[in-house]
Design a protein around this ligand. Structure first.
Ligand code: PMP
Length: 406
């Protein structure tokens, strides 16, 4: 007899039918509002994961809910083979805000980065004698499709799904000589995250980015910024390029661009806009539902007063993390704006994350030895102080016994 299909219940769901691609806590989350998430048991959490730096305005912000509702009653997906108004408006807005000239829309960061890689390869074929190699960096993270995995520099990834896509060579972070050593006639582009997020929040130095720009200009290769994590206000400037004062030839956006809905973008300056008909596409590319949401989100994120608020909250959080570091004898505080990491000095980040969760606070261990903070960009002072207080208590729980025994 065939058993009755099990009905999942929010209180006792079955986890068996999801492929176990990552370790997840047992809670099932059912509702989010602003800085807060609720699980099925009704427990409330202060959320500094925010969908992995996606919910720039927090959970279910009114801008997003309103734009979704309005656009859902107008037009969802007409097909990427015809124009729609929100995609035209968003492309125009993003170009005006970023100083780039044209846009291709996708749904995920990986898709945007793969689009950037294709653009660079085509540009190399047309303008640099068939050059196709892209210099990327150790510990970089550019996504999980096969091209962006090959572009990434995450330890162990090269062994996961061989054969790996060729055409990527890895330089050392913030080391211009290591880039120069790899650059040759085959090089089409240099691609990097202005702040390496998944690597544990490791900012490029401004001098390094300036040197890369000069090198690219002198050698005639493209500079690509993956701003999937650092763009859209996260650093307290609308784009990392603006924070560092270095303009790339190609820039990718994702995460915060949709404020919680899946949309990404490849932006390029006119000399790098080499796609012709048939080169690139996608069923959902530039669909009006996501573009309408992004327009509303970018309206808010691009206000100078909003970006000033991000910088103020970033400074408050940084100061608080520095005090915690001193108090508990921890390591450096790194990052820019509201993308910050606290180095613990030992591989105890998972324990701290768990202690925080038990106290109703969600935070990420970007690496075994460091915590990453990605609160909503419109965080209030009270939220920042509350997060710091819970972190303090959690550090006490994890570290104090060991300190007493020392
Ligand atoms: N690039 C960077 C810098 C990222 O941080 C991420 C996601 N963490 C990606 C690309 C991939 O984005 P997605 O998961 O939307 O494909």
């Amino acid at each position: 007899m065939t058993p009755e299909p099990q009905q999942p219940s929010p209180m006792s769901p079955s986890f068996q039918h999801l492929m176990p691609v990552t370790e997840r806590p047992a809670q099932v989350f059912v509702r989010g509002q602003g800085a807060w998430l609720w699980d099925a048991a009704g427990t409330r959490y202060l959320d500094w994961l925010q969908g992995w730096a996606v919910n720039a305005l927090g959970h279910c912000p009114p801008e997003v809910a309103q734009a979704l509702q309005t656009q859902a009653g107008l037009l969802l997906t007409p097909s990427p083979a015809v124009h729609n108004l929100p995609s035209l408006q968003l492309a125009e807005k993003l170009c005006a805000l970023s100083g780039m000239d044209q846009v291709f829309f996708g749904s995920t960061g990986a898709e945007a980065n793969e689009g950037a890689i294709k653009l660079a390869r085509k540009w190399g074929r047309l303008h640099r004698g068939g050059a196709h190699e892209i210099i990327t960096f150790d510990n970089a993270f550019h996504g999980r499709n096969l091209a962006t995995m090959a572009a990434s520099g995450k330890a162990g990834w090269d062994a996961l799904f061989p054969p790996n896509m060729p055409g990527f060579v890895k330089a050392l972070w913030n080391d211009i000589d290591s880039v120069k050593a790899l650059l040759n006639d085959k090089t089409a582009a240099i691609m990097l995250e202005p702040v390496q997020g998944e690597a544990g929040v490791r900012p490029a130095t401004q001098a390094f980015l300036q040197a890369l720009r000069q090198l690219c200009d002198a050698q005639g290769v493209l500079l690509i910024f993956d701003e999937v994590q650092t763009g859209c206000g996260r650093l307290g400037a609308l784009f990392a390029a603006q924070h560092f004062g270095v303009q790339p030839d190609i820039m990718t956006l994702g995460k915060g661009l949709g404020g919680g809905v899946p949309i990404s973008a490849v932006l390029a300056r006119s000399h790098a806009c080499v796609f012709a008909h048939g080169d690139q596409g996608g069923t959902y590319a530039g669909n009006p539902l996501m573009c309408a949401v992004s327009l509303a989100v970018m309206d808010t994120l691009s206000q100078p007063a909003f970006l000033a608020h991000v910088r103020t909250m970033g400074a408050l959080l940084r100061q608080g993390l520095q005090s915690l570091s001193q108090r508990w004898g921890l390591g450096e505080v790194r990052g820019v704006g509201l993308l910050l990491a606290l180095e613990l000095g030992s591989d105890r980040a998972a324990e701290v994350v768990q202690a925080c969760r038990e106290r109703g606070f969600l935070v990420n261990a970007a690496r075994a030895h460091c915590l990453r903070m990605m609160p909503r960009l419109n965080s209030t002072e009270a939220e920042i102080l509350e997060g710091l207080a819970v972190l303090d208590a959690s550090l006490a729980q994890v570290l104090a016994p060991a300190m007493q025994n020392a």
